[in-house]
Each structure stands twice: as C-alpha cells, then as structure tokens.
Design a protein around this ligand. Structure first.
Ligand SMILES: *[C@@H]1O[C@H](CO)[C@@H](O)[C@H](O)[C@H]1NC(C)=O
Ligand SMILES: *[C@@H]1O[C@H](CO)[C@@H](O)[C@H](O)[C@H]1NC(C)=O
Ligand SMILES: *[C@@H]1O[C@H](CO)[C@@H](O)[C@H](O)[C@H]1NC(C)=O
Length: 339
C-alpha cells in the first residue's frame, strides 16, 4: 500500500519536471530564433549567370471539363453527328431532344450516313397531319446553352436527306423555345441523296442559353447528319472563340502543350485520342469518347486546329501523342515495398 502511495506521488512529480524542462527548452529556442540571422549570398556575376530560355513559360492545354469542345473551340452544337453512343443503333443522341410529343414525332438513329467513318445518322419521322403551330422537330442546346448575341451572324452547315420535298425551319430560340432570335426556311429537295445545306443566321436578340431548332410541319421522313453551327466571327477565321483567345494571347505563351495528358491516354486504349482520326474534313472525323474525363468530342478541334492555334498564338507546339499506353495499364499491382 505504502509503495503504491509513493509511486502515485512520483508520477505527477516527474510529469511536472518534464513539463518545466520542456517549457524551458521552448523559451530557449524562441530566444535563439529571435537572435538568429540568416545570410543569403547571391552571386549574379555574368560568369555564373544562366539565361532563362524564352520558351520556359507557356501553356499546358488539356481537353478537360470541355476546355476545347464547348470552350475555346467555337462550335455551338454538341454531338453534331449523333455519334456519341458509338456505332450502336439506336445510339445516344444526347443532348439532342425532340420538339413535340410521341404522337407527333419519332426519332431514331440508323447507319445510313453518307460518311463512312461516322455512319450514324438521325432519322426524324413527322407523324402529324395537322402539326402544332411552329411544327415539330429536334433541338440541340449546345454546351449548357448557346450564347447567341444580338446582331451577330452564325453559319449553319448540315447534311439532309428526304425522299419527298419539304420545308424545314431552322431557328435559334430561347431554351423554352418561346423567344425566336433567328429563323430561316430551308427547302429540302426530294431525292435519295444526301444534300449539304449551308445557311447564315443573323440574331435579332441576345440569349445566353439558347438552342438550335430544326422543325417541320409536313408528315414524312427526313434524315440529318453533321449539323454544325459556328459564329461567323472566330479568331482569324480559324474557328476559335475570339474573346477567349485574346485572353490566351495576353498570357504571352511561348509554347502550347496539347491536347492533354490523360485525355491522350484514355482509361482504355480503345478510347485514346488518335490524332490521325482528328484530321481531314470535319464532317468525316469519327469523334471519340474520352473515357478519362467522361465526355464525347466530335474532334472538330483536332491535330491541325491545335497547330493552327499554336501558330496564331506565336507559341511553339508541343504535341502529346499516345505511345500505346493507357491509364489502366499503369494500375497493375505493385510489389509491396513499392507501395
Ligand atoms: C433567355 O431565355 C430564358 C428562357 O426562356 C428566359 O428566362 C430569359 O429571360 C431569356 N433571357 C433574355 C436576356 O432574354
Ligand atoms: C445522287 O448522287 C449521284 C452521285 O453523286 C448522282 O450521280 C445522282 O445524279 C444523284 N441523284 C440525284 C437524284 O440527285
Ligand atoms: C510508353 O511510355 C510509357 C511511359 O513513359 C513507357 O513506360 C512505355 O514503355 C512506353 N511504351 C512504348 C510502347 O514505347
């Protein structure tokens, strides 16, 4: 009992002494810090100086969070070729949607496109004899709505096919379809061939969350493919958004790294960015699903366009390509000591 007692006294005493010792050390350390001075000698003599290369500062661009498609690239239509679901039919046409209801319109994708590397097309069947005023059809809200501005002009390009002649109405409208900012009638001749339609639309109002609408009042079937809407005014006419590129110019980049890192790899190789498939006429590019950042790109912004951008920025191009390595390949189990 007595021994236990003395032990009980000893413990708090030792603790107190330790505490005092530590406090003492801390004070000593603070005093030392207060009196310490550091001297940094910089030898800037020309013998030792090293010139910073002009190309040290530049930009690392990555197609991530729509930095390219829906970002610096001015294309307003998202999933313009209806290819986002891959080769499957019916395919994923998101974010396209219908105007009208199931009783008045029926849309489905098939493989009837005139483009061999992106063969999915949209088949739109108008079912109504007496269609509602304004017609029925399809719309595309772009990337979070299209920024349509008063007085600006927009170039529409699309490929259509219809066995019978029909008049299509192409318009730029607010997200609820009520406010019409521009509207044109596009006559489609009845042939078994695909026809390229080019049309200019001039906005007579501004709405930042607009959509592109294609409607019809006539019963029948019309096919669509590669529907593109670009502002007429892009940076140097090269397809980039003027206001964003002027900000990039202000950064005075001396190099441009593109089109990304993980974006180039793909989680799986089959989804990697293939530069060869991103060149040539935009209508014929297959596009691809970037499975690392989880969205589809039509690849209208491709290898050539990035080189053009580098030139326009006065920046050296640093092109990242895939050497047949995908993210999943790196996820092999590591031996324990390495973990
Ligand atoms: C744009 O359209 C939306 C949806 O119809 C509407 O609520 C908004 O007021 C419009 N904005 C302008 C500036 O007209
Ligand atoms: C369809 O296209 C083919 C090949 O370009 C052409 O020979 C033919 O005349 C076209 N037919 C029509 C109806 O335009
Ligand atoms: C590709 O690059 C990775 C990372 O540097 C490397 O581990 C791999 O060996 C390269 N593959 C080929 C086929 O060169």
């Amino acid at each position: 009992m007595k021994r236990m007692g003395s032990k009980q006294v000893l413990v708090p005493t030792v603790s107190c002494l330790l505490l005092l010792f530590c406090l003492g050390c801390k004070c000593l350390a603070l005093e030392l810090e207060a009196t310490q001075t550091a001297t940094l000698k910089v030898d800037a003599s020309s013998q030792l100086a090293r010139k910073i290369p002009d190309t040290l500062f530049g930009m690392f661009f990555e197609e991530i969070n729509h930095a390219g498609a829906g970002g610096i690239w001015a294309e307003l239509v998202s999933n313009r070729g209806f290819e986002a679901g891959g080769l499957h039919t019916p395919s994923n046409i998101d974010p396209w949607s219908i105007i009208g209801d199931d009783a008045s319109i029926f849309v489905v994708t098939d493989r009837t496109s005139c483009f061999s590397r992106n063969i999915i097309a949209l088949r739109m069947e108008v079912l109504c004899d007496e269609c509602p005023a304004g017609g029925v059809g399809i719309y595309n809200p772009g990337f979070w709505g299209m920024n349509i501005e008063d007085g600006k002009s927009y170039n529409l390009v699309m490929y259509v096919k219809s066995a019978e002649a029909a008049d299509l109405t192409v318009s730029l409208a607010s997200s609820d379809g009520l406010q019409k900012l521009a509207s044109v009638t596009v006559p489609v001749a009845g042939t078994s061939n695909w026809t390229k339609v080019e049309q200019k639309l001039i906005a007579k109002g501004t709405n930042r969350t607009s959509r592109l609408q294609i409607t019809s009042n006539k019963k029948g079937v019309v096919w669509f493919d590669q529907v593109s809407l670009m502002p007429s005014d892009t940076f140097k006419g090269h397809g980039f958004r003027t206001e964003l590129i002027s900000m990039l110019l202000d950064l005075k980049p001396r190099f441009l790294r593109f089109p990304g890192g993980c974006f180039v790899e793909g989680e799986w190789l089959r989804n990697a960015f293939r530069w060869r498939e991103s060149i040539g006429p935009w209508e014929e590019r297959p596009g691809h699903f970037g499975d690392v950042w989880h969205y589809w790109t039509d690849d209208g912004l491709g290898y050539y366009e990035f080189l053009q951008l580098s030139e326009d920025l006065g920046a050296a191009p640093i092109w990242v390509f895939n050497n047949e390595s995908a993210t999943m390949m790196k996820l092999v189990p590591l031996p324990l000591p390495l973990l």
